[in-house]
Design a protein around this ligand. Structure first.
Ligand code: A2R
Length: 313
């Protein structure tokens, strides 16, 4: 099988590429942005800007891939408040460019569009765990763009008979994630405190929000299963099915350190709008492609903290 991973220079891409090549034996081409560096064995790496449809068309014609994974995005909720235009451009215009390019090529690939659990937004209490056909009420700009991507995927799938599947991935975590995301941020701060380069005070945002955290290595296995066995035009939740309070995550990470650490709320880390609980129902993906996560949260937190301890050395 030949796979094309678009936007593979970020956090998830290298894990996905590794799974596709090492575990599944696929031939893989991965794209990155010009400013990124990506050194991976046994894969072809190409530069791509998804805002340029001609670049996408050339790439697709060269690759003739069986499967396309569309990871390219402005992926941070916090940053989407700061730069809404860029978020809309990359996440919506970039996606429509890809879909249009696919519509125009002869060899039609199976395509997985990566959306987000954030799309569900303002969840009502009786809607948890959230099923895929729940109403979406996005509560931030990133979520709105991903929700739009999902709709575009469905429209292109129905209107042009394209094999497009959509994912709503809930929070995924692991070593190498940027500290713009909460778990990496906490782990980096604890590692900095241990090294003595930060006061023994950890700065946090909203601790009461409950989110579902899945190890990125489980997440990429879900993507591989969905692109191969998912149903055209369908959306699948990817998560553990169990939301955890950010406060409990923080306590677990602090407990892994032998330092006395004070917790301080930093108003700069509070988001303009926060959704109290987001927890998916994952029965659809379990039933249709036989995926479920296996890596325990404690293990992921431990490995992420270890990653930051090594980074500081
Ligand atoms: O912004 P950069 O240079 O770090 O590159 C990001 C890339 N990207 C683009 N690729 C092509 N053309 C563009 N105009 C463009 N703008 C951004 O997408 C980055 O390498 C990649 C996304 O990686 P991360 O931000 O690390 O996201 P992650 O955690 O790997 O998530 C993958 C997907 C995203 O669609 C998320 O929204 C979703 O899973 O949760």
């Amino acid at each position: 099988m030949k796979a094309l991973v678009i936007g593979g220079g970020g956090f998830v891409g290298p894990y996905l590429v590794k799974h596709l090549t090492n575990d599944l034996g696929y031939e893989v081409t991965v794209t990155k942005t010009v400013k990124e560096t990506l050194n991976m064995d046994n894969v072809t790496v190409k530069d791509l800007d998804i805002l340029d449809i001609d670049q996408i068309k050339t790439l697709l014609e060269e690759e003739k891939a069986d499967y396309i994974f569309h990871l390219a995005a402005q992926s941070s909720v916090a940053y989407s408040w700061k730069n809404p235009t860029l978020t809309v451009d990359v996440n919506i215009k970039g996606c429509i460019n890809l879909l249009e390019a696919i519509r125009q090529i002869d060899k039609k690939p199976r395509v997985l569009l990566i959306g987000s659990g954030e799309e569900y937004g303002h969840i009502k209490k009786d809607e948890c765990p959230i099923v895929e056909d729940n109403v979406v009420r996005p509560g931030n700009i990133y979520a709105a763009t991903k929700s739009c991507q999902n709709m575009l995927g469905k429209i292109y799938s129905d209107a042009y008979n394209l094999d497009i599947m959509m994912v709503r991935a809930f929070n995924h975590i692991g070593p190498n994630q940027t500290p713009m995301f909460v778990v990496a941020d906490f782990c980096k701060q604890v590692a900095d405190i241990e090294k003595g380069i930060q006061e023994p005070v950890i700065n946090v945002g909203n601790l009461s929000a409950k989110r579902d955290f899945t190890d990125v290595r489980d997440v990429v296995k879900a993507y591989a299963k969905l692109v191969a066995g998912g149903k055209r035009g369908e959306t699948y939740n990817v998560g553990t099915g169990h939301a955890v309070a950010i406060e409990d995550i923080l306590k677990s990470i602090i407990a892994m350190s032998d330092k006395e650490i004070e917790v301080k709320v930093d108003p700069a880390k509070l988001r303009p709008v926060d959704v109290p609980i987001i927890e998916p129902d994952i029965s659809k993906i379990k039933k249709e492609v036989g995926w479920e996560p296996v890596i325990p949260l404690e293990q992921t937190l431990k490995e992420t903290l270890e990653h930051w301890r090594k980074e500081q050395n």
